[in-house]
Design a protein around this ligand. Sequence first.
Ligand code: MGD
Ligand code: MGD
Ligand code: SF4
Ligand code: MO
Length: 886
Amino acid sequence: MRLHETKPVKTTCPYCGVGCGVMAKPDGLGNAVILGDVTHPANYGRLCVKGAALGETIDLEGRLLHPEIGGARVGWDAALAELAAGFRRIAAEHGPEAIAFYLSGQLLTEDYYVANKLAKGFIGTPHVDTNSRLCMASSVAGHKRAFGADVVPQCYEDLDVADLIVLAGSNAAWCHPILYQRIQKARERSARVVNIDPRATATTEGSDLQLSIAPGSDIALWNGLLVWLADHGALDAEFIEAHTNGFETALAEARAQSGDVSAATGLDAAEIERFYRWWAETPRVVSCYSQGVNQSAQGTDKVNAILNCHLATGRIGKTGCGPLSLTGQPNAMGGREVGGMANMLAAHMDFSEAERSRVRRFWNAPNLVAGPGLKAVQMFEAIQRGQIKALWVMGTNPAVSLPDADGARAALTKLELFVISENVASTDTAALAHIRLPAAAWGEKDGTVTNSERRISRQRAFLPLPGEARPDWRILAEAAAHLGWGGDFAYAGPADIFREHAALSGFENDGQRAFDISARECMTKAECEQMRPFQWPHPRGGAPTRRLFADGRFFTPDGKAQFVAAGGAGLAAAVSADWPLVLNTGRIRDQWHTMTRTGKSARLSQHIAEPFVEIHPEDAARFGLAGGGLAEVKTAYGAVALRVVLAEGQRPGSLFAPMHWSAENSGAARVCALVQPLTDPVSGQPESKATPAHIRPLAASHWGYCLSREMLRPDGCAYWSASRVAGGFLTGFALEAPEEGLAAWARGLAGQGDLAEFEDAGLGIFRAARLDDGRLIAAIHVAPEPAEPPGEWLTSLLSKQRLTPEDRRAILAGRPASGAVNREGGIVCVCFQVRAARIAAAIAQGADSAEAVGLVLRAGTNCGSCVPEIKRMLKDTPQTFRAAAE
Ligand SMILES: Nc1nc2c(c(=O)[nH]1)N[C@H]1C(S)=C(S)[C@@H](COP(=O)(O)OP(=O)(O)OC[C@H]3O[C@@H](n4cnc5c(=O)[nH]c(N)nc54)[C@H](O)[C@@H]3O)O[C@H]1N2
Ligand SMILES: Nc1nc2c(c(=O)[nH]1)N[C@H]1C(S)=C(S)[C@@H](COP(=O)(O)OP(=O)(O)OC[C@H]3O[C@@H](n4cnc5c(=O)[nH]c(N)nc54)[C@H](O)[C@@H]3O)O[C@H]1N2
Ligand code: SF4
Ligand SMILES: [Mo]
């Protein structure tokens, strides 16, 4: 129990790049009520379901609370001395370049700043990269090529006044929900929304035009738009002349490629023309782009193809128009500001002699690096080769999230010294580390983050540090002291670091570098403490900046923006007879990445509880797959076992699987093990959306689930995955007849205690309840065909002190005591616990809009995350059925 203060604290959500303000009201016992901060300009009080459930993820279960060496608890001094001795020895034997850091867009700016300074200025290794390489690198590279700096010119307010909003490669309804709701508000006042994504998603529900393009064909679409704009007199010739270079070359390249946009993209000519006409006719257009653009072998060119269209029409940096890169992680942008990537130095500086000299003098750095280091995928290849011998991973889980994840995991075992700072004791990555350092988690740490619109907000602590956990910046500063540089890292707190970072941003800047927050360098500690969200740049003597480039001045040497001839159009994934399908990967609504936090919340596990692969029904028929069954998805890199979901909105020829499951919670659902380690030639960002793949049914003779208080890891299963329910876990599984016999296998899984069981060996049915003094310990259900996940009637039994005879009978019968068959469907609205069946019933009874459903059931009326799904159900319910009901 953590006794502490109960004052409400304003902080920032630790999940997506929308960067919503949060009001945390701690209860003094380790929990907190989480509300939206009504004064924060990113969300004005709204939170999506992940933000709203933050209170369910902050307990200490599963936390790493003490430093460890080789799995044994040690003191901080011993751990840091071991780390320093290892780094010293490896640097002496192999040079500092044998040491690497792999960081994260989930670190705070202050943590990131110190890591980068220690590595690039003092240890002297350039090999500092981050999971932002898998996330934002193509946007960064595209921005730098076009604008001369990594700048997102727009702000969220532009969505409020735009008349056309394009979403390219973005499932914003699930991944940036609060911005998506803002986009829907714009739509209510007549703005149009176009969604460009090979598959129909929840985002499609709130769109006026869905362009289900062939995977990887975005460049052909945007190059075609550039040509169309030129041919229809829609260019801004004055802007092009006065403020840009390279237009003719870019247009010529676009023309050379634009022979048949329809053939290249697989879209109808009429759809394409509609999109082009809307774009040409609507001055106020915001183009948002995310991982369908960035995570691509042609990601940087995709970004520039979009930027070209905005530059060619002068629609940039103005109210209601411009390109808006949606950043993924809460501090994807802050990490770029401090130079946390391998190809940047610090404060938006590169490696020219002048810039290196400037940073060296500012840091008083003894070992400033000479040039860029290895990018994430290449860094892990260098580890595999034995070229990098020591690695410090901070705030990311690469054994799960890197492409060729089995290869990445194997590389980690080659390290002479592997250090991890983590919140969580057990992850696929942490399991392999020699030194484990307990890091402060969200709610315990203090500092700043920057969201998608360049807005710097404070994260504030509202819980005491648990166990021996320390904030990442402090762990780094103490490691620096052990390495002999204590004086250069003598920060009393994050405010000291922020001020130094602000000072560096303004150091010898004179308006040359976009990132300048020098107005903040002299803040007092109290001012840092109280700092309100603001947008950079905020130079000394100036004001925070809402939009950039409205004046047509860019950060290139001659101040003009650069058009980039975007090649690579139509470069499709190489499908073949062996690998006939394209595997696309991404996210689901209620889980965050590798689930180390959202996976703790029973509420967040209700929406989608199992790892799955989405496939078009025609392809399912072609490959002999049934919905609800199991499939093995295989690529040249690995294989996984997933539940099959049939989806009409899936493009024939494509598969989609979420990236979230790991070896911690599944038997074989580490989807990144399938992903090819192919990277964009400019940005080094991996292509996570298109790996040639194969699919086939996975045989199983027995299917079932086990409800338990403890986490289970069933043996011998072709498939299993565990998800959180209130008071325990629900583990779904499938297997071939076990050697020891079904009943013996199942009894083993259900653990120790009194057992009530029912078996029909002939039919292959086994059900059992394991009790301890009348209290349910585990309930198991095995059947010869895929079992529907049980409803609340079963999971709620974990909260009972003593089961009634009816409860036991229900478990043994496999259905609720009332005798009703369990057809409640999944929970759609987790805020009000509304299941699909109730929503369907409300629709059948005449509710004809999401608002109407909300009035009857309250579904969708709190965080709004489920509104797109309610809209889809409304659309899917046949009109005749609805009419008959009315
Ligand atoms: N719920 C939830 N929200 C999150 C996260 C999370 O883990 N969970 N993570 C956060 C992070 S770090 C990030 S980076 C963002 C990511 O946010 P998004 O980029 O919106 O999410 P993804 O699901 O990765 O991919 C978006 C879409 O790209 C599409 N796509 C695939 N190939 C192509 C293509 O060739 N062209 C086009 N146009 N589209 C394509 C996919 O079908 C997918 O629907 O989400 C953030 N928000
Ligand atoms: N196939 C496929 N792969 C992908 C993607 C995809 O779309 N498809 N998306 C890519 C993208 S965009 C991203 S951003 C990555 C995300 O992938 P990861 O970064 O690997 O995923 P997370 O689960 O967010 O990992 C964060 C880790 O840091 C820990 N942590 C959280 N807060 C702190 C902290 O304050 N300090 C420290 N020291 N540790 C902390 C968490 O417990 C967790 O283990 O995945 C990438 N991989
Ligand atoms: S949209 Fe949701 S996940 Fe993203 S910052 Fe806001 S509350 Fe957090
Ligand atoms: Mo990301």
